[in-house]
Design a protein. Structure first.
Length: 205
């Protein structure tokens, strides 16, 4: 980390400044930028800051940013949200619940948590029910489900909707081509898409 700062001190200073900005201030900055400028900025930001940007942006801005990030229209990537709970498999139940309490307020759903590796690879899924029904010292790796139903960023939203329906999911994780968790699509997201499509049909009639 020190060597990175020595090589790119300006980048480190920029990142420290951005990390010190509140979510509301960050949202205001993003909304003031043209979308392409916002995307250019995001491509140079660390992943944790990108997650904050996507969380604080308005739905419309988030949709446009996703499109500029090469997520095709009507794809999982274009409708996903970055507001999810991520855990590590080495955590125990007590640590996991503490994390949910700490960050859950701003998340799209807290009932389903996704387990990721250090490099953000999707490794498993665990429900809050699973956590509550196990002892505090139980390790997440021992209770998580590794057979995760997921979709890719470029999958069509209809395919995503079918998976959510077929497997009766509250939310489905979205991964990139490297298998890294980049967002989730919830039942509410799919309902919003269907409502938009219905409204367009009514307008065309």
């Amino acid at each position: 980390e020190i060597s990175e700062c020595l090589v790119g001190s300006e980048m480190c200073i920029r990142d420290r400044i951005i990390n010190s900005i509140t979510d509301s201030e960050l949202s205001a900055i993003i909304e003031e930028l043209y979308v392409d400028d916002a995307v250019d900025m995001m491509e140079e930001l660390p992943a944790n800051v990108v997650k904050r940007v996507m969380r604080t942006a308005t739905p419309e801005t988030r949709r446009l940013i996703n499109q500029y990030l090469n997520y095709p229209e009507n794809s999982a990537g274009s409708i996903m949200t970055a507001e999810f709970i991520d855990l590590k498999k080495y955590m125990n139940v007590r640590e996991a619940i503490a994390r949910i309490r700490r960050i859950g307020k701003d998340k799209e759903t807290i009932y389903i948590c996704f387990v990721t590796s250090a490099d953000r690879k999707l490794e498993g899924v665990v429900s809050v029910k699973d956590l509550l029904l196990n002892d505090d010292e139980t390790v997440i790796e021992d209770i998580m489900d590794t057979n995760v139903i997921f979709c890719m960023t470029h999958d069509d939203q209809e395919e995503v909707s079918e998976k959510i329906s077929d497997y009766d999911l509250m939310a489905i994780p979205v991964v990139d081509k490297e298998g890294r968790l980049v967002g989730i699509v919830t039942v509410d997201d799919i309902i919003d898409v269907l409502e938009q499509e219905l409204s367009l049909i009514h307008i065309s009639e």
